[in-house]
Design a protein around this ligand. Structure first.
Ligand code: SF4
Ligand code: SF4
Length: 112
């Protein structure tokens, strides 16, 4: 096919790209987005923090705080896998729009 024919074909075909951010993508099953913590079920066993390969999670048992540095998280899902509670107290949500102004905004701390 010559170039002109290809160009004409493309003008009338469906675009391969999406009009993001106006048009949001469909989130696939098992997608690992921003990690979220459930204070109601967490038993502060530390397994998520100990098993996180990037040390993104910090826990203070005495003060009952659970913190995460989203800037360090690689969205591997290990924290979710090792969490022993039912339901799991740490989950990868469907949130993927994580850009912030200032890296301090990636440090999130939660209290029980
Ligand atoms: S998803 Fe992986 S990198 Fe992110 S907090 Fe959990 S264990 Fe750490
Ligand atoms: S592994 Fe689960 S229960 Fe244990 S501290 Fe982490 S979130 Fe809490």
């Amino acid at each position: 096919m010559n170039l002109l024919a290809e160009a004409i074909k493309r003008v009338f075909s469906k675009p391969s790209t999406r009009k993001y951010p106006k048009e949001k993508p469909e989130i696939p099953k098992g997608f690992r987005g921003r990690v979220e913590w459930n204070k109601d079920t967490c038993i502060f066993c530390m397994l998520c923090a100990v098993n996180c390969p990037t040390n993104a999670i910090t826990i203070n048992k005495e003060e009952k705080t659970w913190s995460i540095d989203i800037g360090k998280c690689i969205f591997c899902g290990r924290c979710h896998d090792v969490c022993p509670t039912k339901p799991k107290s740490v989950n990868n949500s469907e949130r993927y729009e994580l850009a912030e102004y200032g890296k301090e905004k990636f440090n999130l701390s939660f209290n029980k």
